[in-house]
Ligand binder design. Structure first.
Ligand code: UDX
Length: 453
């Protein structure tokens, strides 16, 4: 249902790729439903305005002064939350003053990424409704909340428990605890930060980049806890219909021409997303695992993603000669296009939630190499519950070689493919009229339209 009167929504993304992308996609979705979408962003990782003529942009100047976000830490994220308060508040106050003079657009609410938790305080002070965007899976939030309720049941754990199931959190094990643990316990400041991120303060609803058809029981459980309306309207990238790039790094489109020259269903796509870093040993083991598998691959090695080196110069001697034309390495790829390419048969991924959804929606089975936080939960669900991925538990060249060959060549690999095709069908059904995401989007539009102004 389209709204009758133009209302605006202010969107406050967290300035990391995996968070910025879904917020911009949500902006496109709301814009297509008749809302004016205003993106209030930090200068750091500012979106490319020219890619998004449908938005009004506002830079929260000064919000990150003196903070080096290229080295994310809890301290930086708290500082960012503190420093952005005044710029956002000033902007919203100006908007509200202008609104009194002008008939027409009306500020309906502020929608913020759960990492930008300062927004709740600003919105409350201005008596503006706010809505939280969850950019990750419901399973991840559920695991955090369960652990917060009784941390002493989980920490400290013993080395001998690593493979034991986490109480009440099947299929997770102690080694999948989605927080950075030090000496088998999670420092209180980390738990404190995650609690802040999980809290919704006085927000009136939450929007999810997930689907009821996939995570219904988890969503229902969470809704009992939060007691506000939930709007799972994903997968955003498919619902948004937007083809504009949301990449912060420059995409190397030459890899698409390279894929065009490859046989259908022949390529393994390898990428660990925008944030995580691996050490040099892992890079070398991965390189030899890929080379020895004899499967063709497209590998994203992001600048700065290998500790202590800038990019691909850390690759082992003889590697490029050995793989020759069979392997292509780029610094950043147009990932959604890559996954949709008929040459791509598998995805070796860190299991970030965006990558997970993008892969499933293109029917691409996965090799799961999670490194932290929600990735650990997503990897377990992909491998143990949805059974569309093989989990890589040991980072060693022979294991990598074997897992790649299993995904690309074996009957077991074909079974994963069948299941991911089914999973995609379910997700697409949810987007059709009468599907859950479609219905939830209509409800969201009605909900925002009816918010008191
Ligand atoms: C981070 C966390 O790591 C992730 O677990 C969380 O769910 C969101 O925040 P990131 O690590 O970047 O995100 O992973 P992911 O969620 O997969 O997002 C990466 C995005 O970058 C995807 O949308 C992907 O399409 C894009 N990408 C990645 C590219 O466009 N090109 C690339 O070469 C690699």
């Amino acid at each position: 249902m389209k709204i009758q009167r133009r209302q605006s929504v202010v969107l406050v993304p967290h300035p990391f790729q995996g968070h910025l992308t879904p917020m911009l996609q949500l902006g496109s979705i709301l814009h297509s439903q008749g809302f004016v979408a205003i993106v209030a962003h930090t200068e750091y990782n500012a979106p490319n305005y020219s890619n998004h003529p449908e938005f009004v942009f506002h830079s929260m100047n000064g919000g990150l002064q003196g903070i080096d976000m290229s080295f994310p830490s809890l301290e930086n994220i708290y500082d960012m939350n503190e420093n952005c308060k005044a710029p956002l508040k000033d902007y919203l106050v100006r908007m509200m003053e202008e609104e009194e003079d002008v008939q027409g657009d009306q500020l309906a609410c502020v929608i913020y990424d759960n990492v930008m938790f300062f927004v709740d305080e600003v919105a409350t002070q201005l008596r503006l409704p706010s809505i939280v965007l969850r950019t990750f899976s419901a399973a991840y939030l559920n695991s955090m909340l369960t652990i917060f309720q009784q941390p002493e049941k989980y920490f400290p754990f013993k080395d001998s428990q690593l493979l034991d199931p986490l109480p009440e959190l099947h299929p997770l094990r102690f080694k999948d605890v989605p927080f950075p643990a030090i000496n088998n316990t999670v420092p209180e400041p980390v738990l404190e930060f995650c609690r802040a991120m999980s809290d919704i303060g006085s927000s009136v609803a939450t929007i999810w980049n997930t689907m009821q058809d996939l995570e219904n029981s988890m969503l229902l459980r969470l809704q009992e806890h939060y007691k506000v309306p939930f709007f799972p309207i994903g997968p955003f990238h498919k619902v948004a219909h937007s083809t504009s790039s949301t990449s912060i790094l420059q995409e190397d489109n030459s890899c698409i021409e390279w894929l065009d020259r490859q046989a259908p269903n022949s390529i393994l796509y390898v990428s660990l997303g925008s944030l995580v870093r691996i050490d040099n040993k892992e890079l070398i083991e991965t390189a030899w695992g890929l080379a020895n598998s004899e499967q063709p691959f497209l590998w994203v090695i992001r600048p700065g993603s290998v500790s202590g080196s800038q990019c691909a110069e850390a690759l082992p001697d003889g590697f490029e000669k050995m793989v020759g034309e069979r392997g292509r390495i780029v610094k950043w790829a147009p990932q959604k296009q890559v996954l949709a390419h008929p040459a791509v048969a598998g995805f070796f991924t860190h299991c970030g939630w965006n990558s997970t959804l993008e892969s499933i929606c293109e029917e691409v089975p996965l090799i799961c190499r999670p490194l932290l936080a929600d990735q650990l939960v997503n990897a377990r669900y992909l491998s143990q519950i949805y059974k569309v991925g093989f989990e890589l538990e040991v980072i060693e060249r022979t294991v990598i070689e074997k897992t790649v060959r299993k995904l690309m060549l074996s009957e077991e690999g074909k079974d994963l493919k069948k299941r991911v095709v089914d999973m995609k069908q379910n997700i697409i059904a949810g987007m059709q009229t009468d599907g859950s995401s479609h219905k939830n989007l209509n409800d969201l539009v009605d909900f925002i339209s009816a918010l008191p102004s």
